[in-house]
Design a protein around this ligand. Structure first.
Ligand SMILES: [Zn+2]
Ligand SMILES: [Zn+2]
Length: 138
């Protein structure tokens, strides 16, 4: 399998993943909505230890979203690259699907935080749907 690579809009920040995709998840929580301005966010979950930032190291910056969540984005163009939540999702990084090259083949296998999803989203029936997250009830 070819390594997953991705980059921001301007190309100053980029990454490479030397390992498999663990999960592809669409999150419908209000936090993700306000972070991206989009109706929901789709993440490609990978291991932190297998993620290498390959662009200009000065371009990647982070915003502390909550006491648990950090969002990494390009200082120049503002594209979000990935999120980290070391407490809840230890050792993982959530790549923003739209930054992954060749993301057309990646399809979310689950939807989380469906309790707060916008009613017009997901009119088609995707894989698994969770009211919050796996293990927190459907
Ligand atoms: Zn950029
Ligand atoms: Zn979310």
């Amino acid at each position: 399998m070819n390594p997953i690579t991705g980059h921001c809009k301007c190309g100053e920040t980029a990454y490479k993943v030397n390992g498999p995709t663990l999960q592809v998840v669409s999150c419908h929580c209000g936090l993700c909505r306000s972070l991206t301005g989009a109706a929901f966010s789709t993440y490609v979950v990978v291991k932190e230890s297998q993620l290498t930032v390959t662009g200009d190291p000065g371009s990647l910056t982070a915003y502390q979203v909550t006491d648990r969540t950090r969002r990494y984005f390009c200082r120049t163009c503002g594209t979000p690259l990935f999120n980290a939540n070391p407490e809840t999702y230890k050792g993982l990084r959530m790549l923003y699907l739209g930054t992954v090259r060749g993301h057309e083949q990646l399809e979310p296998a689950m939807n989380i935080f469906c309790e707060s999803k916008l009613p017009w989203t997901m009119r088609h029936e995707p894989g698994q749907n969770f009211q919050r997250a796996p293990g927190e009830g459907r």
